[in-house]
Design a protein around this ligand. Structure first.
Ligand SMILES: [Zn+2]
Ligand SMILES: [Zn+2]
Length: 371
C-alpha cells in the first residue's frame, strides 16, 4: 500500500510532510494519522462536543488496542499480529491463528507441535467480531438538545459514535494484516471502516475530512485487491477513491498527492491490461493534478519529482502508442525539470530518486524505437 496520510494536520503543508510520503513507498500510512506523532495530540485536543454533559468518558480499549503501545491480546493472531480473522484451531495443540496465516506453516509457532489438522473456531471468531463491532463505541445517555429534559425521565441510551478512533483502530489492524499478506483480513477491516465513514457522510454531508478519509481507505482497499491479483476490483476502488479525493479542496498537498497516486495506479493497471489509451488518460490526469498543485504552492522537490515521473509515464505510453514526437517531448521536459532541481545534502532519498529517474529518462532518449 502506498497511501499517504492526509490527516497529519500539524506539519502540513510543508516539505517534511510530503517527504514522508514518496510514491512507491512500501510502508503505508494511516489515513487517520494514527501512526504519526500528531495523532495523540489530535485525540487529546478533541473538543468537548456536548455542553450538557459534565463528565465525558474518553473511550479506552481494555485490551490496549487503541494506544500506541499496542499489545497482543487474546483476540490477536501471533503470526500476523492483527485481530484474528477466520479463526482456526490447530489440532492437537489447540492454539488459534487466522486461517491463511497458519495454513502457511507446518508446525505451531507457539508450541512447535506438528499440526495434524486445522479446525475453524467459530465461537472465538464470533467473540472477536463482536469485539470489533463494539470497539471504541461507548454507551452514553442522550442529551436532550433543547435542554428541557425532565429530571428522572427515562433516557434513551444511544451509542456515542467515536468512529475516528474506531477508524484508526480498524486501519491499524488492516495495515498489520496487509503487511503479513493476510489480504482478506485487511479487506474486511477496511470495508468496515469505509462503511463507518459512508454512514457519517450520509449524516453530516461531504466534509473535506470525511471525503479525504474515505478516499484514502478506498485506496487501501484498492491496494489489497491489487495485491491479491484482482485488478478489476482494484480499479473500482481506486476510481471511487478518486471520486472522493476530488471533492476535497485542491489546496491540500497530501490529498492531491494521494489523488494523483490513485490515478497512476489505475493507469498502471490499465497499462498492464494492454489498454494504453485508458492508461494514458489516467496518467495524464495525474500529471494534471500534480501540475495544478505546483501552481498553488511554491514548488518543493518532491512535487518536481512527482511531475517528472508523471511526464515519464505519459511519454512512455505515447511511445508505445506510436506518438514518438510527443514521447520525446515529454522525456525532454522531465529531464529539464530534474536537471534544474537543486537538492540540499540532507535530501539523500530525493537525490537518489532524482538520479534514478534521470537515468531512466536518458535511457529512454537514447534507446529510440527502431521504427
Ligand atoms: Zn493472522
Ligand atoms: Zn500450538
Amino acid at each position: 500500500m502506498t497511501t499517504v496520510c492526509p490527516f497529519a494536520k500539524a506539519g502540513r503543508p510543508d516539505d517534511a510532510a510530503v517527504k514522508k510520503c514518496p510514491e512507491n513507498q512500501s510502508k503505508s500510512k494511516c489515513p487517520f494519522g494514527y501512526d504519526s506523532a500528531t495523532s495523540a495530540a489530535g485525540n487529546e485536543s478533541k473538543p468537548e462536543q456536548e455542553s450538557g454533559e459534565s463528565a465525558r468518558v474518553t473511550p479506552k480499549c481494555p485490551f490496549g488496542y487503541d494506544s500506541d503501545t499496542f499489545k497482543l491480546g487474546p483476540f490477536s493472531c501471533m503470526i500476523c499480529q492483527a485481530l484474528l480473522f477466520d479463526c482456526s484451531k490447530c489440532i492437537p495443540c489447540s492454539h488459534v491463528y487466522c486461517k491463511v496465516c497458519i495454513l502457511r506453516l507446518k508446525d505451531c509457532p507457539l508450541c512447535g507441535a506438528d499440526i495434524e489438522k486445522i479446525e475453524p473456531d467459530t465461537d472465538l471468531q464470533n467473540v472477536v467480531d463482536r469485539f470489533i463491532e463494539g470497539h471504541a463505541r461507548i454507551k452514553r445517555s442522550q442529551v436532550n438538545e433543547d435542554k428541557e429534559e425532565v429530571v428522572g425521565q427515562k433516557k434513551t441510551v444511544i451509542y456515542e459514535d467515536v468512529s475516528l478512533e474506531r477508524g484508526s483502530f480498524l486501519v491499524q489492524q488492516a495495515l498489520r494484516a496487509f503487511r503479513a499478506n493476510n489480504l482478506e483480513s485487511a479487506k474486511s477491516r477496511l470495508s468496515l471502516c469505509a462503511d463507518d465513514i459512508r454512514e457519517q457522510l450520509q449524516r453530516i454531508g461531504n466534509t473535506a475530512e470525511l471525503c479525504s478519509q474515505l478516499g484514502a481507505v478506498l485506496g487501501m482497499l484498492g491496494d489489497c485487491c491489487r495485491a491479491s491479483g484482482d485488478a478489476a476490483s482494484a480499479i473500482t476502488y481506486f476510481d471511487e477513491s478518486v471520486v472522493f479525493l476530488s471533492k476535497v479542496p485542491k489546496d491540500d498537498l497530501e490529498v492531491t498527492h494521494t489523488l494523483s497516486v490513485s490515478l497512476n495506479k489505475i493507469g498502471d493497471l490499465k497499462y498492464y491490461d494492454g489498454d494504453l489509451q485508458a492508461a494514458r488518460s489516467y496518467y495524464f490526469r495525474a500529471l494534471d493534478v500534480r501540475r495544478d498543485a505546483i501552481k498553488r504552492h511554491s514548488s518543493i522537490p518532491s512535487q518536481i519529482l512527482d511531475i517528472a515521473i508523471s511526464l515519464a509515464k505519459v511519454a512512455d505510453v505515447d511511445r508505445n502508442l506510436g506518438n514518438e514526437d510527443a514521447a520525446i517531448g515529454g522525456f525532454q521536459e522531465a529531464i529539464k525539470s530534474l536537471e534544474s532541481l537543486t537538492l540540499s545534502s540532507e535530501e539523500i532519498v530525493q537525490q537518489q530518486k532524482r538520479l534514478s529517474v534521470l537515468e531512466f529518462l536518458n535511457n529512454q532518449l537514447m534507446n529510440k524505437p527502431s521504427q
